[in-house]
Design a protein around this ligand. Structure first.
Ligand code: CU
Length: 312
């Protein structure tokens, strides 16, 4: 029941955002003058409209399987387990962009503010956002390269996945050029944005590696994959939210958050949780297994790492 209410709320929120963007703009606020965060919010709303239905269908069919004795997802009973994975990931991949795209907008707004410059490549950032949104629906199968599709299907989804690297690269390029020759002030929100760019590029490059089906076979279920995913999504979502809160906090509450502690939290947070995961990445150890973890890292430092990750 709680879940339903939450979904209704999200539904209402996204229509709200869309209506604001489309119909309630200030006079003179042309499309190509909207702040980037407004663009990415619009983009996220559109993504949600198309990404949620497959999840609803998967959930309904799953409920029918569980409670009505049907066999949509049962192998050998005229159903197929892969139907579930396809439906779920058809939602699941756009979902990571639903998480990350609003942060892209926050970073763009922060970059131009703290570089004391115009945003470099405004139009290309807008187009890149929309291209990412469209492509995000064409890559879901990369979540199960090893589940026995034909090589052609794997190749298709591998290529589509690599293609997403292009608009994402355009964004990084634009942000770097926004900072270049600007008067950059490294306040906490800006530091979070820069920390994001560094870790996100590592995650992005290794993501392109994983988009190669043969390499994915070798890295399947290893920490390489887990670290790649977290290198993308923790900086991509969490840093953006933190940076946005610090950036817009004075607008909402009339006073600034302490910048010194903000800057300290960037370093403790990134180095405690992201850098160890980069180290694990190169080991390609099996994910979700206890044995190697126990033998390599003493219990006390393991707890310390988990604590750091949780606190920051
Ligand atoms: Cu994906």
């Amino acid at each position: 029941m709680g879940g339903d209410l939450e979904l209704d709320q999200r539904d209402a929120d996204r229509h709200q955002f869309r209506r604001h963007d489309l119909k309630m703009r200030a006079p003179g606020m042309h499309w190509m003058r909207l702040p980037l965060f407004t663009w990415t919010s619009l983009c996220t709303s559109i993504l949600m409209i198309f990404a949620m239905p497959p999840l609803t269908v998967a959930t309904l069919l799953m409920a029918a399987d569980r409670y009505l004795g049907m066999h949509f997802f049962t192998n050998g009973q005229d159903g197929k387990i892969m139907n579930y994975f396809d439906l779920f990931k058809l939602f699941g991949h756009p979902e990571v962009y639903i998480l990350i795209v609003p942060s892209f907008g926050i970073y763009s707004d922060i970059m131009l503010k703290f570089s004391s410059k115009q945003l470099y490549g405004y139009t290309s950032l807008v187009i890149a956002t929309m291209v990412i949104a469209i492509l995000s629906f064409t890559v879901w199968l990369h979540h199960f390269f090893t589940m026995g599709q034909s090589a052609d299907i794997n190749a298709f989804f591998g290529v589509m996945t690599m293609l997403i690297g292009i608009p994402t690269g355009v964004k990084i390029y634009d942000w770097i050029w926004t900072m270049l020759r600007g008067r950059v002030r490294y306040a906490a929100p800006m530091l979070f944005s820069v920390a994001f760019m560094i870790t996100f590029v590592i995650g992005g490059l290794t993501g392109v590696m994983l988009a190669t089906p043969p390499l994915d076979y070798m890295c399947h279920n290893t920490l390489f994959l887990a670290a790649q995913f977290h290198n993308m999504l923790i900086p991509g979502t969490l840093y953006g939210l933190i940076a946005g809160c610090q950036y817009w906090f004075p607008k909402a509450f009339g006073f600034r958050l302490d910048d010194k502690w903000g800057r300290i939290s960037v370093f403790s947070g990134s180095s405690a949780s992201i850098w160890p995961s980069c180290r694990f990445m190169s080991w390609a150890l099996p994910a979700r297994r206890g044995a190697w973890w126990n033998s390599i890292i003493p219990r006390s430092s393991r707890d310390f790492l988990s604590l750091c990750a949780a606190v920051f």
